[in-house]
Design a protein around this ligand. Structure first.
Ligand code: MN
Ligand code: MN
Length: 462
């Protein structure tokens, strides 16, 4: 008898052929290398720019790439249809939760040299203790020259860490609620321990008689390596991130574990889907928009609330179709706000409402609305658009699921969808479901990586 019920499909079963298996593994290998290398928004944008340059973007006519401050990037490939018929746009964010170094970072206490940090985005503070951390970022000198910093990633290279309290002295802490037990001002990154021994009375930190010999030593090492002084750290963005490469997880290697998959998995998938294109021009103009600052509310000149996207589309209209109004193009556009979704956590199933929760390995999740407690701050995608999208994926045989983030009163979250919806375009959140979101070791499924790439490809070509 014909079934009228709806069930999701397991991507491992849909893509069980040896040919799909090979493609899935090749994609996962590329993704692992990307995730291991790209740990900041700048590193992510640089990677995208390299891949685009390799594919001939920038030289090819009918393509546009525009970056702002090395942190946000717009790419377009002109379609056969006029811009008045709208864009096919996928946007994702390049930033991830982490520990930023404060502008006055260096201190020395109890024979240990530390850097003070100010966390960025939604972290669980205890995740960052007693684990190897790397430092990534940029230091800008007053003459405008700058140095890129990547420390603690090479095998054998020293790493950094934040010491945790020993359990023997943690009885008072153990009685505190989680929200009070870990203080941001104790998230101090250990940078060094050996004092400077140069025989001089006053060290580079300016302290008399070697009062801060460890800090002196750290400043000396930074000067030797990068020709920077303490004041240069005021104009620096240094981020402490989990050290080391991403890894396959499980006896079957079917999961991918690594830092920053929210939302670099969507950045990667969007780029792969965009680059794996036929030679002929697509029907609609295809765009990718990579934003910074999503994790802290999409503010700033490189966040989704900025005007950068608008400037880029205006430039495309001026170059390709000066007669078309910006509003005409926007109102006809269709977009995916590519962001990760929370998969049902096997150990915290009670926090999910299972009928409307996402299952890892069951394909990209559409999330009609995000927001929290009564859909506040949500873009709620229109049903006409949802119907069109599911038709596209069903025709291509790509598994997908429809999900909501957690039980209604458990919490929630937002994405950039609402800022693009403001232009009047159709937009919905869509992306793979992951476990351990916002942790230093997030987990995704190789099968979802593959299915989501095919889904984004189908959308761009539809
Ligand atoms: Mn995200
Ligand atoms: Mn996030």
């Amino acid at each position: 008898m014909e079934s009228f019920a709806s069930t999701t499909k397991n991507c491992w079963e849909v893509y069980s052929s040896p040919q799909d298996g090979r493609k899935m593994q090749a994609l996962a290998d590329r993704y692992l290398a990307f995730l291991s290398r790209c740990k900041t928004e700048r590193e992510t944008v640089a990677y995208i720019q390299e891949r685009l340059a390799d594919a001939g973007f920038g030289k090819k006519k009918d393509t546009i790439t525009a970056a702002l401050r090395g942190k946000t990037l717009f790419v377009a490939r002109r379609g056969r249809q006029p811009l008045a018929r709208g864009l096919r746009l996928i946007c994702a964010h390049t930033d991830t939760p982490r520990l930023d170094l404060k502008q006055h970072p260096l201190q020395e206490q109890a024979s240990v040299g530390q850097a003070k940090t100010h966390y960025y985005g939604g972290i669980r503070k205890y995740h960052w203790l007693a684990r190897p951390l790397a430092l990534h970022g940029v230091i800008v000198r007053e003459d405008g020259s700058s140095v890129s910093v990547v420390l603690g990633e090479e095998p054998g290279e020293p790493v950094f860490t934040i010491a945790d309290l020993l359990p023997h002295l943690a009885s008072a802490q153990a009685r505190q609620p989680l929200s009070k037990a870990f203080e941001a001002e104790k998230l101090n990154l250990i940078l060094g321990h050996a004092p400077l021994r140069d025989g001089k009375k006053s060290g580079p930190s300016g302290a008399k008689g070697g009062e801060n010999p460890v800090k002196d030593h750290i400043l000396t090492l930074l000067h030797r390596k990068y020709a920077v002084r303490e004041e240069d750290l005021y104009s620096a963005e240094l981020q402490a991130v989990p050290a080391g490469p991403a890894r396959f997880v499980g006896l079957d290697g079917a999961l991918i574990g690594g830092y920053g998959q929210d939302d670099r998995i969507c950045v990667f998938i969007a780029l792969e889907a965009f680059l794996d294109a036929p030679r002929a021009a697509p029907a609609h103009t295809q765009c990718l928009m990579f934003w910074d600052k999503e994790e802290i509310g999409s503010e700033g000149s490189t966040g989704a609330k900025s005007r950068f996207f608008e400037y880029c589309v205006q430039d495309a209209l001026a170059a390709w179709e000066p007669g078309t109004r910006f509003s005409t193009c926007m109102l006809a556009s269709r977009a995916i706000s590519a962001d990760v979704h929370a998969a049902i956590d096997p150990d915290w199933q009670d926090l999910h409402e299972k009928l409307n929760a996402a299952t890892i390995g069951h394909g990209p999740c559409f999330c009609k609305f995000t927001g929290s407690r009564g859909k506040y701050m949500a873009n709620d995608a229109h049903p006409e658009y949802v119907g069109w999208l599911r038709g596209i994926l069903n025709r291509q045989g790509v598994p997908w699921q429809m999900a909501e983030l957690g039980k209604v009163d458990s919490g929630g979250g937002g994405t950039v969808a609402m800022y693009l919806a403001a232009y009047g375009m159709d937009i919905i959140d869509c992306g793979p479901a992951i476990l351990s979101m916002h942790s230093p070791f997030e987990l995704s499924s190789k099968a979802d990586l593959y299915a989501s790439t095919l889904a984004f490809q189908a959308f761009l070509r539809a």
